[in-house]
Ligand binder design. Structure first.
Ligand SMILES: [Zn+2]
Length: 497
């Protein structure tokens, strides 16, 4: 089916978008939600399973206390009420990745409810109301082999790995998010980003969207501008990057508008997102009245966290990431743009740690956002995955400050650090990178450059100081980059004064 996609400007002129986001956070507990199986990512398929998470007859589940603790901390960080008493429920459905034929989840009694999170988009604050955050278990993972795109359609056969079945999840559900207008795609992205930051600050998950430890389902509907009603929504499932969240909203807005302006009706359904072109395609039809025959889980006791415990956990909450950002920006003297770039590059913590290790904030920012960001990009990894530590970056900058090396040589030190050649000092010694501080050698190189470039030298003698750059360049080349450019400049100007 060919879709009519309406240009974004026209969509927001004629319609009000309503967003709804469901985020699944995989907790980083040592063990699964209801059994003692390890909950680590990446084991050989079906090696981290037991009778309980496979749903074998007679196996009895036990709630993971650490998961409950993480759920409460997430709820508190989202300004939620914490239930005094709540239960798990069985969500009954058959699907091959769900070995028990039901998922143990929470239904009408979530552990946390009625919260909010404020997000900033281009200087405007949007309050996202949280309906609930509840505990549940993850499903197994199916892979479909033989098809062109990993989908079940066209596949020769399917495999299922139950290692993930039973890993604790927290599902965070928003209320409908209204009034975002043309900022809807950015608000959705900012919200998921804020949740991720919060989860990282709480330390309750690996928070790796690319590995599925944070997954977002993006609901979108459009209503005629100013009508105040809610339109029929689509639900784009398992969007796994911040950029994709924004693109999915943008695409769905254009698609819904195309249907509505053409006189059609939007189908309430799940959609798949396609990274390659930012489009979505139809999944399965979904009605609100889908009957999972929920009922209270009879094999588990209710969860009744004492108020004392809840208050103890409240005291463990980290500084709110948004508040922290404002504080750090003030301490570092960064402009809004510098701060936004730092956050956008995922370098906030790295810069903070580099500053804590003694580097000036601007120097820390410079290395992480230029040299190291480029290398991470080339290697296709996150900045945090580079084998260079904040302490090493601070050590390299200290050597630059001491004029042992210059910025250009520092880049070669980073090469050495990434190649595991030892400490910055060892790399400088082994690679012979220290700047030449021998004034005699520097002076001779400057004299040589002046002699070889008489026209430029004359210009500088005539007061055209800007021409000095060419001579400095010639000296630096002669010294194979191993000179202090500032000192070379002083020498050039002294000799031609
Ligand atoms: Zn198990």
């Amino acid at each position: 089916m060919t879709e009519v996609l309406v240009p974004f400007d026209e969509v927001v002129e004629k319609f009000d978008p309503a967003l709804g986001l469901e985020i699944h956070v995989e907790l980083n507990t040592n063990t699964k939600m209801f059994c003692g199986c390890p909950a680590v990512f990446g084991g050989e398929p079906n090696t981290q399973v037991c009778p309980t998470c496979l749903g074998l007859p007679g196996a009895m589940p036990v709630v993971n206390g650490k998961a409950v603790e993480s759920a409460i901390r997430i709820g508190l960080a989202l300004n939620c009420e914490i239930a005094e008493w709540c239960r798990f429920a069985r969500k009954n459905y058959f699907y091959p990745d769900m070995p028990k034929n039901f998922q143990t989840s929470q239904y009408d009694e979530p552990i946390a409810f009625e919260g909010y999170l404020d997000v900033d988009v281009e200087g405007e604050t949007f309050r996202i109301e949280i309906e609930r955050a509840h505990m549940e278990e993850d499903t197994g993972k199916s892979s479909h082999v033989g098809g062109s795109d990993g989908r079940i359609h066209g596949a020769d056969y399917s495999l299922v790995d139950y290692n993930r079945a039973g890993i604790p999840l927290i599902e965070i559900v928003t209320k409908p998010i209204l009034g975002t207008g043309d900022k809807a795609p950015l608000v959705a992205k900012a919200y998921v980003s804020a949740i991720r930051d919060l989860i990282v600050a709480l330390g309750v998950s690996d928070a790796r969207m690319d590995q599925g430890s944070i997954r977002a389902d993006v609901n979108l509907s459009l209503a005629p501008k100013g009508s105040g009603v809610l339109g029929t929504r689509s639900e784009t499932k398992n969007v796994n990057s911040l950029r994709s969240v924004e693109r999915a909203v943008r695409f769905e807005m254009a698609r819904h508008a195309g249907i509505l302006l053409g006189g059609g009706a939007v189908l309430q359904e799940t959609r798949h997102f396609h990274e390659n072109d930012g489009s979505t395609s139809s999944g399965r039809e979904k009605s609100d009245a889908e009957d999972y025959r929920y009922f209270p889980e009879p094999d588990l006791v209710p969860v009744a966290p004492s108020r004392e415990w809840v208050e103890e956990l409240r005291a463990t909450l980290p500084e709110n990431p948004a508040t922290k950002r404002v504080r750090l920006q003030g301490e570092w003297g960064f402009t809004d743009l510098e701060m936004r770039d730092t956050v956008g590059a995922g370098a906030l913590d790295l810069v903070e740690q580099t500053v804590a290790a003694g580097a000036a904030p601007q120097a820390a920012r410079k290395w992480w956002l230029t040299e190291l960001a480029r290398r991470a990009n080339d290697a296709g990894v996150e900045l945090t995955e580079l084998s260079v530590t904040p302490a090493q970056v601070a050590a390299v900058q200290a050597l630059v400050d001491a004029k042992t090396i210059n910025d250009k040589l520092a880049r070669q030190v980073f090469d050495g650090l990434l190649a595991g050649e030892g400490t910055p000092e060892e790399i400088i010694a082994a690679r012979g990178l220290a700047v030449v501080s021998d004034e005699g050698a520097l002076s001779a190189a400057v004299d040589k450059a002046i002699a070889e470039n008489p026209d430029i030298a004359d210009k500088i003698r005539d007061g055209k100081v800007a021409a000095a750059g060419a001579l400095i360049g010639a000296v630096m080349k002669e010294m194979r980059g191993q000179a202090d450019a500032g000192r070379v400049r002083e020498l050039v100007l002294e000799k031609l004064a």
